[in-house]
Design a protein around this ligand. Structure first.
Ligand SMILES: Cc1cc2nc3c(=O)[nH]c(=O)nc-3n(C[C@H](O)[C@H](O)[C@H](O)COP(=O)(O)OP(=O)(O)OC[C@H]3O[C@@H](n4cnc5c(N)ncnc54)[C@H](O)[C@@H]3O)c2cc1C
Length: 436
Protein backbone atom coordinates (compact mmCIF):
# COMPACT_ATOMS: atom_id res chain seq x y z
CA UNK A 1 0.00 0.00 0.00
CA UNK A 2 1.26 3.49 -0.78
CA UNK A 3 -0.47 6.49 0.72
CA UNK A 4 1.39 9.61 1.72
CA UNK A 5 1.61 13.34 2.04
CA UNK A 6 5.29 13.76 1.25
CA UNK A 7 7.24 14.16 -1.97
CA UNK A 8 10.06 11.80 -2.92
CA UNK A 9 13.47 13.22 -2.08
CA UNK A 10 14.43 14.06 -5.68
CA UNK A 11 11.08 15.76 -6.34
CA UNK A 12 11.39 17.73 -3.12
CA UNK A 13 14.90 18.86 -4.06
CA UNK A 14 13.52 20.14 -7.37
CA UNK A 15 10.66 21.92 -5.62
CA UNK A 16 13.11 23.53 -3.20
CA UNK A 17 15.13 24.83 -6.14
CA UNK A 18 11.96 26.23 -7.75
CA UNK A 19 10.91 27.87 -4.49
CA UNK A 20 14.20 29.73 -4.14
CA UNK A 21 14.37 30.61 -7.83
CA UNK A 22 10.83 32.01 -7.85
CA UNK A 23 11.35 33.97 -4.66
CA UNK A 24 14.73 35.41 -5.59
CA UNK A 25 14.58 35.75 -9.38
CA UNK A 26 10.96 35.86 -10.52
CA UNK A 27 9.17 37.88 -7.82
CA UNK A 28 11.33 41.02 -8.37
CA UNK A 29 10.52 40.94 -12.11
CA UNK A 30 6.81 41.29 -11.28
CA UNK A 31 7.58 44.68 -9.74
CA UNK A 32 8.90 46.24 -12.95
CA UNK A 33 7.00 44.75 -15.91
CA UNK A 34 3.47 45.55 -17.03
CA UNK A 35 2.38 42.20 -18.46
CA UNK A 36 4.43 39.01 -18.60
CA UNK A 37 2.50 37.82 -21.68
CA UNK A 38 3.45 40.81 -23.85
CA UNK A 39 6.20 39.62 -26.22
CA UNK A 40 6.55 43.13 -27.64
CA UNK A 41 7.69 44.64 -24.33
CA UNK A 42 11.51 45.02 -24.40
CA UNK A 43 11.75 45.20 -20.58
CA UNK A 44 9.78 41.98 -20.24
CA UNK A 45 11.96 40.26 -22.84
CA UNK A 46 15.22 41.45 -21.31
CA UNK A 47 14.24 40.17 -17.87
CA UNK A 48 12.17 37.08 -18.59
CA UNK A 49 14.08 35.43 -21.41
CA UNK A 50 17.26 34.75 -19.35
CA UNK A 51 15.08 33.25 -16.60
CA UNK A 52 13.33 31.03 -19.14
CA UNK A 53 16.76 29.84 -20.25
CA UNK A 54 17.67 28.88 -16.69
CA UNK A 55 14.42 26.95 -16.38
CA UNK A 56 15.15 25.09 -19.61
CA UNK A 57 18.65 24.20 -18.42
CA UNK A 58 17.16 22.91 -15.20
CA UNK A 59 14.75 20.76 -17.28
CA UNK A 60 11.65 22.41 -15.88
CA UNK A 61 10.37 24.03 -19.09
CA UNK A 62 6.76 23.30 -20.16
CA UNK A 63 6.49 20.40 -17.73
CA UNK A 64 2.83 19.86 -18.68
CA UNK A 65 3.79 18.78 -22.20
CA UNK A 66 5.29 15.45 -23.20
CA UNK A 67 8.97 15.24 -24.24
CA UNK A 68 7.93 14.83 -27.90
CA UNK A 69 6.66 18.43 -27.67
CA UNK A 70 9.66 19.82 -25.85
CA UNK A 71 8.21 19.44 -22.36
CA UNK A 72 9.01 17.26 -19.37
CA UNK A 73 5.82 15.16 -19.32
CA UNK A 74 5.02 15.68 -15.66
CA UNK A 75 1.88 14.03 -14.30
CA UNK A 76 -0.77 16.33 -12.81
CA UNK A 77 0.21 15.60 -9.23
CA UNK A 78 3.78 16.68 -9.80
CA UNK A 79 2.52 19.65 -11.81
CA UNK A 80 0.31 20.61 -8.88
CA UNK A 81 3.32 20.84 -6.59
CA UNK A 82 5.27 22.83 -9.16
CA UNK A 83 2.41 25.21 -9.99
CA UNK A 84 1.91 25.87 -6.30
CA UNK A 85 5.35 27.47 -6.27
CA UNK A 86 4.61 29.58 -9.35
CA UNK A 87 1.18 30.72 -8.20
CA UNK A 88 2.30 33.52 -5.96
CA UNK A 89 3.82 35.37 -8.92
CA UNK A 90 2.45 36.97 -12.08
CA UNK A 91 5.42 36.04 -14.30
CA UNK A 92 6.12 32.56 -12.91
CA UNK A 93 3.97 30.61 -15.40
CA UNK A 94 5.54 32.48 -18.34
CA UNK A 95 9.04 31.89 -16.98
CA UNK A 96 8.28 28.16 -16.74
CA UNK A 97 6.47 27.95 -20.12
CA UNK A 98 3.14 26.81 -18.71
CA UNK A 99 0.96 29.94 -18.87
CA UNK A 100 -2.72 29.96 -19.80
CA UNK A 101 -4.19 30.01 -22.35
CA UNK A 102 -1.05 28.97 -24.26
CA UNK A 103 -0.62 25.72 -22.32
CA UNK A 104 -4.13 24.53 -23.24
CA UNK A 105 -3.88 25.82 -26.80
CA UNK A 106 -0.63 23.90 -27.23
CA UNK A 107 -2.40 20.74 -26.09
CA UNK A 108 -5.15 21.29 -28.67
CA UNK A 109 -2.64 21.87 -31.47
CA UNK A 110 -0.65 18.83 -30.42
CA UNK A 111 -3.78 16.65 -30.47
CA UNK A 112 -5.56 18.02 -33.53
CA UNK A 113 -3.22 20.22 -35.59
CA UNK A 114 -1.83 19.24 -39.00
CA UNK A 115 1.95 19.05 -39.42
CA UNK A 116 1.87 22.49 -41.02
CA UNK A 117 -0.08 24.03 -38.12
CA UNK A 118 2.27 22.40 -35.65
CA UNK A 119 5.31 23.79 -37.43
CA UNK A 120 3.81 27.29 -37.84
CA UNK A 121 2.20 27.72 -34.42
CA UNK A 122 2.86 24.92 -31.98
CA UNK A 123 6.65 24.94 -32.19
CA UNK A 124 7.10 28.69 -31.55
CA UNK A 125 4.35 28.57 -28.92
CA UNK A 126 6.07 25.81 -26.99
CA UNK A 127 9.38 27.65 -27.37
CA UNK A 128 7.77 30.70 -25.74
CA UNK A 129 8.42 32.83 -28.83
CA UNK A 130 4.76 33.64 -29.49
CA UNK A 131 1.53 34.02 -27.52
CA UNK A 132 -1.97 32.73 -28.35
CA UNK A 133 -5.62 33.35 -27.55
CA UNK A 134 -8.68 31.18 -26.94
CA UNK A 135 -11.67 32.95 -28.49
CA UNK A 136 -14.86 31.21 -27.42
CA UNK A 137 -17.14 33.41 -25.27
CA UNK A 138 -19.62 35.66 -27.12
CA UNK A 139 -21.05 39.00 -25.99
CA UNK A 140 -24.60 37.65 -25.51
CA UNK A 141 -23.53 34.97 -23.00
CA UNK A 142 -20.69 32.62 -22.19
CA UNK A 143 -22.26 30.18 -19.77
CA UNK A 144 -24.37 28.60 -22.47
CA UNK A 145 -22.04 27.76 -25.37
CA UNK A 146 -24.87 26.01 -27.18
CA UNK A 147 -26.20 29.52 -27.85
CA UNK A 148 -23.08 30.76 -29.65
CA UNK A 149 -23.83 32.49 -32.95
CA UNK A 150 -20.44 32.85 -34.67
CA UNK A 151 -20.53 30.75 -37.83
CA UNK A 152 -17.99 29.14 -40.15
CA UNK A 153 -18.97 28.07 -43.65
CA UNK A 154 -16.83 26.01 -46.02
CA UNK A 155 -16.23 27.83 -49.31
CA UNK A 156 -14.05 25.73 -51.61
CA UNK A 157 -10.94 24.97 -49.60
CA UNK A 158 -11.43 27.80 -47.12
CA UNK A 159 -13.57 28.34 -44.03
CA UNK A 160 -15.29 31.72 -43.81
CA UNK A 161 -15.89 32.90 -40.23
CA UNK A 162 -18.43 35.53 -39.17
CA UNK A 163 -19.46 36.68 -35.71
CA UNK A 164 -18.34 38.35 -32.50
CA UNK A 165 -16.28 37.11 -29.57
CA UNK A 166 -15.97 38.66 -26.15
CA UNK A 167 -13.24 38.51 -23.48
CA UNK A 168 -10.69 36.93 -25.81
CA UNK A 169 -7.83 37.33 -23.35
CA UNK A 170 -4.43 38.33 -24.74
CA UNK A 171 -5.70 38.60 -28.34
CA UNK A 172 -3.73 41.85 -28.28
CA UNK A 173 -0.42 39.99 -27.94
CA UNK A 174 -1.33 36.88 -29.89
CA UNK A 175 0.02 35.44 -33.10
CA UNK A 176 -3.06 33.22 -33.55
CA UNK A 177 -6.46 32.54 -32.00
CA UNK A 178 -8.34 29.31 -31.50
CA UNK A 179 -11.95 30.09 -32.36
CA UNK A 180 -15.18 28.20 -31.81
CA UNK A 181 -17.89 28.57 -34.52
CA UNK A 182 -21.14 26.92 -35.59
CA UNK A 183 -20.54 24.73 -38.64
CA UNK A 184 -23.44 22.27 -38.35
CA UNK A 185 -26.49 24.41 -37.52
CA UNK A 186 -28.90 21.47 -37.92
CA UNK A 187 -27.00 19.08 -35.63
CA UNK A 188 -27.77 18.70 -31.90
CA UNK A 189 -26.21 21.69 -30.03
CA UNK A 190 -23.19 19.78 -28.69
CA UNK A 191 -22.34 18.55 -32.20
CA UNK A 192 -22.95 21.84 -33.96
CA UNK A 193 -19.63 23.64 -33.44
CA UNK A 194 -16.08 23.31 -34.66
CA UNK A 195 -12.76 24.81 -33.66
CA UNK A 196 -10.38 26.74 -35.91
CA UNK A 197 -6.96 28.32 -35.91
CA UNK A 198 -7.16 31.94 -37.06
CA UNK A 199 -3.98 33.99 -37.60
CA UNK A 200 -4.18 37.25 -35.65
CA UNK A 201 -3.49 39.28 -38.80
CA UNK A 202 -6.26 37.61 -40.85
CA UNK A 203 -8.15 40.20 -42.97
CA UNK A 204 -11.61 40.80 -41.49
CA UNK A 205 -10.58 40.25 -37.87
CA UNK A 206 -10.96 43.53 -35.96
CA UNK A 207 -10.79 44.63 -32.32
CA UNK A 208 -14.03 46.33 -31.31
CA UNK A 209 -12.73 47.20 -27.83
CA UNK A 210 -9.85 46.40 -25.49
CA UNK A 211 -11.75 45.54 -22.33
CA UNK A 212 -9.97 46.11 -19.03
CA UNK A 213 -10.91 44.65 -15.66
CA UNK A 214 -10.73 45.81 -12.04
CA UNK A 215 -7.71 44.37 -10.34
CA UNK A 216 -5.43 44.62 -13.36
CA UNK A 217 -3.46 47.78 -13.93
CA UNK A 218 -2.31 47.44 -17.55
CA UNK A 219 -2.58 50.63 -19.62
CA UNK A 220 -4.61 48.77 -22.29
CA UNK A 221 -7.32 46.21 -21.50
CA UNK A 222 -6.19 42.72 -22.42
CA UNK A 223 -9.61 41.04 -22.82
CA UNK A 224 -10.59 41.79 -26.38
CA UNK A 225 -14.03 42.24 -27.89
CA UNK A 226 -13.45 40.94 -31.44
CA UNK A 227 -15.40 40.95 -34.68
CA UNK A 228 -14.92 38.35 -37.41
CA UNK A 229 -16.16 39.65 -40.77
CA UNK A 230 -15.70 37.08 -43.55
CA UNK A 231 -12.43 35.93 -42.02
CA UNK A 232 -11.00 33.26 -44.32
CA UNK A 233 -8.75 30.42 -43.15
CA UNK A 234 -7.53 27.33 -45.04
CA UNK A 235 -9.58 24.12 -44.63
CA UNK A 236 -6.69 22.54 -42.72
CA UNK A 237 -7.16 25.10 -39.91
CA UNK A 238 -10.13 23.06 -38.65
CA UNK A 239 -9.05 21.35 -35.40
CA UNK A 240 -10.61 17.92 -34.92
CA UNK A 241 -13.61 16.97 -37.05
CA UNK A 242 -16.59 19.06 -38.04
CA UNK A 243 -18.94 19.38 -35.07
CA UNK A 244 -16.26 18.30 -32.59
CA UNK A 245 -15.66 21.77 -31.13
CA UNK A 246 -16.95 20.89 -27.68
CA UNK A 247 -14.80 17.78 -27.44
CA UNK A 248 -11.75 19.77 -28.58
CA UNK A 249 -12.52 22.51 -26.02
CA UNK A 250 -12.57 19.97 -23.21
CA UNK A 251 -9.02 18.93 -24.14
CA UNK A 252 -7.83 22.28 -22.85
CA UNK A 253 -10.38 23.27 -20.25
CA UNK A 254 -9.90 20.26 -17.96
CA UNK A 255 -6.17 20.81 -17.61
CA UNK A 256 -6.47 24.60 -17.63
CA UNK A 257 -8.92 24.68 -14.74
CA UNK A 258 -6.87 22.44 -12.49
CA UNK A 259 -3.66 24.32 -13.28
CA UNK A 260 -5.30 27.61 -12.23
CA UNK A 261 -6.34 25.95 -8.99
CA UNK A 262 -2.81 24.68 -8.35
CA UNK A 263 -1.45 28.19 -8.74
CA UNK A 264 -4.20 29.59 -6.53
CA UNK A 265 -2.94 27.37 -3.71
CA UNK A 266 0.38 29.21 -3.98
CA UNK A 267 -1.33 32.59 -4.06
CA UNK A 268 -3.38 31.99 -0.92
CA UNK A 269 -0.38 30.51 0.86
CA UNK A 270 1.49 33.70 0.14
CA UNK A 271 -1.38 35.86 1.52
CA UNK A 272 -1.39 33.62 4.58
CA UNK A 273 2.35 34.02 5.17
CA UNK A 274 2.01 37.82 5.09
CA UNK A 275 -1.02 37.67 7.37
CA UNK A 276 0.94 35.70 9.99
CA UNK A 277 3.97 38.00 9.79
CA UNK A 278 1.84 41.06 10.34
CA UNK A 279 -0.02 39.41 13.20
CA UNK A 280 3.19 38.68 15.11
CA UNK A 281 4.78 42.05 14.26
CA UNK A 282 2.04 44.61 14.95
CA UNK A 283 0.82 45.55 18.40
CA UNK A 284 -2.35 47.20 19.57
CA UNK A 285 -3.34 48.02 23.16
CA UNK A 286 -0.13 46.50 24.40
CA UNK A 287 -0.37 43.05 22.81
CA UNK A 288 0.42 41.60 19.40
CA UNK A 289 -2.40 41.15 16.91
CA UNK A 290 -1.43 37.49 17.06
CA UNK A 291 -2.50 37.40 20.72
CA UNK A 292 -6.04 38.61 20.01
CA UNK A 293 -8.52 35.80 19.71
CA UNK A 294 -10.49 37.25 16.82
CA UNK A 295 -7.25 37.56 14.85
CA UNK A 296 -6.35 34.02 15.83
CA UNK A 297 -9.69 32.92 14.44
CA UNK A 298 -8.83 34.53 11.09
CA UNK A 299 -5.48 32.70 11.07
CA UNK A 300 -7.04 29.37 12.01
CA UNK A 301 -9.93 29.66 9.54
CA UNK A 302 -7.53 30.57 6.74
CA UNK A 303 -5.23 27.63 7.41
CA UNK A 304 -8.13 25.17 7.49
CA UNK A 305 -9.55 26.54 4.24
CA UNK A 306 -6.17 26.52 2.47
CA UNK A 307 -5.36 22.97 3.54
CA UNK A 308 -8.83 21.70 2.59
CA UNK A 309 -8.53 23.31 -0.82
CA UNK A 310 -4.97 22.09 -1.35
CA UNK A 311 -5.92 18.52 -0.53
CA UNK A 312 -8.88 18.69 -2.92
CA UNK A 313 -6.59 19.98 -5.66
CA UNK A 314 -3.96 17.31 -5.03
CA UNK A 315 -6.58 14.56 -4.87
CA UNK A 316 -8.06 15.74 -8.16
CA UNK A 317 -4.62 15.88 -9.77
CA UNK A 318 -3.97 12.36 -8.50
CA UNK A 319 -7.28 11.14 -9.97
CA UNK A 320 -6.45 12.71 -13.36
CA UNK A 321 -3.14 10.80 -13.40
CA UNK A 322 -4.80 7.62 -12.13
CA UNK A 323 -7.68 7.44 -14.62
CA UNK A 324 -6.47 9.51 -17.57
CA UNK A 325 -10.12 10.00 -18.46
CA UNK A 326 -11.54 13.52 -18.46
CA UNK A 327 -15.16 12.37 -18.13
CA UNK A 328 -14.35 10.44 -14.99
CA UNK A 329 -12.76 13.45 -13.27
CA UNK A 330 -15.04 16.17 -14.64
CA UNK A 331 -16.98 16.51 -11.38
CA UNK A 332 -13.75 16.64 -9.35
CA UNK A 333 -12.48 19.46 -11.55
CA UNK A 334 -15.80 21.30 -11.17
CA UNK A 335 -15.50 20.97 -7.39
CA UNK A 336 -12.01 22.47 -7.42
CA UNK A 337 -13.11 25.23 -9.79
CA UNK A 338 -16.11 26.10 -7.60
CA UNK A 339 -14.06 26.14 -4.39
CA UNK A 340 -11.20 28.25 -5.77
CA UNK A 341 -12.72 31.79 -5.82
CA UNK A 342 -14.05 31.53 -2.28
CA UNK A 343 -10.74 30.42 -0.78
CA UNK A 344 -8.94 33.30 -2.47
CA UNK A 345 -11.61 35.90 -1.58
CA UNK A 346 -11.76 34.76 2.05
CA UNK A 347 -8.02 34.53 2.66
CA UNK A 348 -7.10 37.71 0.76
CA UNK A 349 -9.99 39.48 2.52
CA UNK A 350 -8.70 38.44 5.95
CA UNK A 351 -5.18 39.49 4.93
CA UNK A 352 -6.57 42.97 4.18
CA UNK A 353 -8.31 43.09 7.55
CA UNK A 354 -5.25 42.04 9.54
CA UNK A 355 -3.07 44.59 7.72
CA UNK A 356 -5.65 47.33 8.31
CA UNK A 357 -5.37 50.41 6.09
CA UNK A 358 -2.06 49.14 4.72
CA UNK A 359 -3.88 45.98 3.64
CA UNK A 360 -6.41 47.85 1.52
CA UNK A 361 -3.75 50.14 0.04
CA UNK A 362 -2.12 49.52 -3.33
CA UNK A 363 1.16 48.97 -1.49
CA UNK A 364 0.03 45.38 -0.89
CA UNK A 365 -1.56 43.03 -3.44
CA UNK A 366 -4.57 41.80 -1.46
CA UNK A 367 -7.18 44.06 -3.08
CA UNK A 368 -6.06 42.87 -6.51
CA UNK A 369 -6.33 39.27 -5.33
CA UNK A 370 -9.85 39.79 -4.01
CA UNK A 371 -10.78 41.06 -7.49
CA UNK A 372 -8.97 38.11 -9.04
CA UNK A 373 -11.21 35.81 -7.03
CA UNK A 374 -14.09 37.24 -9.07
CA UNK A 375 -12.14 36.64 -12.30
CA UNK A 376 -11.73 33.06 -11.18
CA UNK A 377 -15.43 32.75 -10.49
CA UNK A 378 -16.10 33.49 -14.18
CA UNK A 379 -13.12 32.55 -16.37
CA UNK A 380 -13.35 28.94 -17.59
CA UNK A 381 -16.99 28.81 -16.51
CA UNK A 382 -19.06 30.48 -13.80
CA UNK A 383 -18.94 29.00 -10.29
CA UNK A 384 -22.67 28.34 -10.36
CA UNK A 385 -22.38 26.29 -13.55
CA UNK A 386 -19.61 24.19 -12.00
CA UNK A 387 -21.64 23.66 -8.85
CA UNK A 388 -24.59 22.50 -10.95
CA UNK A 389 -22.32 20.09 -12.87
CA UNK A 390 -20.91 18.76 -9.62
CA UNK A 391 -24.29 18.34 -7.97
CA UNK A 392 -25.70 16.58 -11.01
CA UNK A 393 -22.77 14.16 -11.06
CA UNK A 394 -23.08 13.50 -7.34
CA UNK A 395 -26.83 12.91 -7.56
CA UNK A 396 -26.61 10.66 -10.61
CA UNK A 397 -27.39 7.06 -9.64
CA UNK A 398 -28.61 7.97 -6.14
CA UNK A 399 -31.58 5.77 -5.14
CA UNK A 400 -34.93 7.46 -4.58
CA UNK A 401 -37.45 6.42 -1.91
CA UNK A 402 -41.17 5.90 -2.48
CA UNK A 403 -42.44 6.09 1.10
CA UNK A 404 -43.58 9.17 2.99
CA UNK A 405 -40.56 8.84 5.28
CA UNK A 406 -37.09 7.82 4.13
CA UNK A 407 -36.02 4.28 5.11
CA UNK A 408 -33.20 5.57 7.33
CA UNK A 409 -35.36 7.14 10.07
CA UNK A 410 -34.64 5.78 13.52
CA UNK A 411 -37.97 3.98 14.14
CA UNK A 412 -37.56 1.98 10.92
CA UNK A 413 -33.89 1.18 11.61
CA UNK A 414 -34.71 0.15 15.21
CA UNK A 415 -37.54 -2.12 14.08
CA UNK A 416 -35.24 -3.76 11.54
CA UNK A 417 -32.49 -4.20 14.15
CA UNK A 418 -34.93 -5.64 16.73
CA UNK A 419 -36.11 -8.17 14.18
CA UNK A 420 -32.56 -9.09 13.22
CA UNK A 421 -31.32 -9.49 16.80
CA UNK A 422 -34.64 -10.85 18.15
CA UNK A 423 -33.11 -14.06 19.52
CA UNK A 424 -30.26 -12.34 21.34
CA UNK A 425 -32.52 -9.64 22.70
CA UNK A 426 -34.98 -12.28 24.00
CA UNK A 427 -32.18 -14.27 25.72
CA UNK A 428 -30.69 -11.18 27.38
CA UNK A 429 -34.11 -9.92 28.41
CA UNK A 430 -34.70 -13.20 30.35
CA UNK A 431 -31.38 -12.77 32.19
CA UNK A 432 -31.44 -9.17 33.41
CA UNK A 433 -33.46 -6.08 34.21
CA UNK A 434 -33.96 -3.92 31.13
CA UNK A 435 -33.30 -0.20 31.52
CA UNK A 436 -36.93 0.53 30.74
C1 LIG B 1 -10.60 37.23 -16.34
C2 LIG B 1 -11.39 36.53 -17.39
C3 LIG B 1 -10.75 35.99 -18.49
C4 LIG B 1 -11.49 35.35 -19.50
N1 LIG B 1 -10.83 34.87 -20.60
C5 LIG B 1 -11.53 34.29 -21.60
C6 LIG B 1 -10.86 33.85 -22.77
O1 LIG B 1 -9.64 33.96 -22.89
N2 LIG B 1 -11.59 33.31 -23.78
C7 LIG B 1 -12.93 33.18 -23.67
O2 LIG B 1 -13.54 32.67 -24.62
N3 LIG B 1 -13.62 33.61 -22.58
C8 LIG B 1 -12.95 34.17 -21.54
N4 LIG B 1 -13.60 34.64 -20.42
C9 LIG B 1 -15.06 34.61 -20.40
C10 LIG B 1 -15.62 33.54 -19.46
O3 LIG B 1 -15.46 32.27 -20.03
C11 LIG B 1 -17.09 33.91 -19.24
O4 LIG B 1 -17.10 35.08 -18.45
C12 LIG B 1 -17.90 32.82 -18.55
O5 LIG B 1 -18.03 31.70 -19.37
C13 LIG B 1 -19.30 33.33 -18.17
O6 LIG B 1 -19.95 33.88 -19.28
P1 LIG B 1 -20.55 35.37 -19.20
O7 LIG B 1 -19.49 36.26 -18.68
O8 LIG B 1 -21.13 35.69 -20.51
O9 LIG B 1 -21.67 35.27 -18.09
P2 LIG B 1 -23.19 34.80 -18.32
O10 LIG B 1 -23.22 33.59 -19.15
O11 LIG B 1 -23.97 35.97 -18.73
O12 LIG B 1 -23.57 34.39 -16.83
C14 LIG B 1 -23.71 35.40 -15.82
C15 LIG B 1 -24.03 34.73 -14.50
O13 LIG B 1 -25.27 34.05 -14.57
C16 LIG B 1 -25.26 32.91 -13.72
N5 LIG B 1 -25.50 31.71 -14.53
C17 LIG B 1 -25.33 31.55 -15.85
N6 LIG B 1 -25.66 30.31 -16.24
C18 LIG B 1 -26.05 29.65 -15.13
C19 LIG B 1 -26.48 28.31 -14.87
N7 LIG B 1 -26.57 27.40 -15.82
N8 LIG B 1 -26.80 27.99 -13.58
C20 LIG B 1 -26.70 28.92 -12.58
N9 LIG B 1 -26.27 30.17 -12.77
C21 LIG B 1 -25.94 30.53 -14.04
C22 LIG B 1 -23.88 32.87 -13.08
O14 LIG B 1 -23.93 33.52 -11.83
C23 LIG B 1 -23.02 33.67 -14.05
O15 LIG B 1 -21.90 34.24 -13.43
C24 LIG B 1 -12.89 35.25 -19.39
C25 LIG B 1 -13.53 35.79 -18.27
C26 LIG B 1 -12.81 36.42 -17.28
C27 LIG B 1 -13.56 37.01 -16.12
Amino acid sequence: MSWGFESDEDVQAELDWVETFVREQVEPVDQVIEHAWNPRDPVRNALIKPLQQQVRERKLWACHLGPELGGEGYGQLRLALLNEQLGRTHSGPVVFGCQAPDSGNAEILAHYGTDHLKKTYLEPLVEGDIVSCFSMTEPHGGSDPTGFRTTARLDGDEWVINGEKWFSSHALFSEFLIVMAVTEPDAPPHKSMSMFVVPADAPGLTRVRDVSVWGHEEPVGTHQYLRYDDVRVPAENLLGGRGEGFAVAQTRLGGGRIHHAMRTVGLVQSAFEMMKRRAVSRTSKGTRLADKQLVQEMIADSWVQIEQFRLLVLRTAWRIDRYNDYKRVRADISAVKAAMPKVLADVAGRAIQIHGSLGISKELPFGKWVMESFHMGLADGATEVHKVNLAQALLRGTESDDGLFPPYIRPTLQAQARERFAEVLAEVADEGEPLR
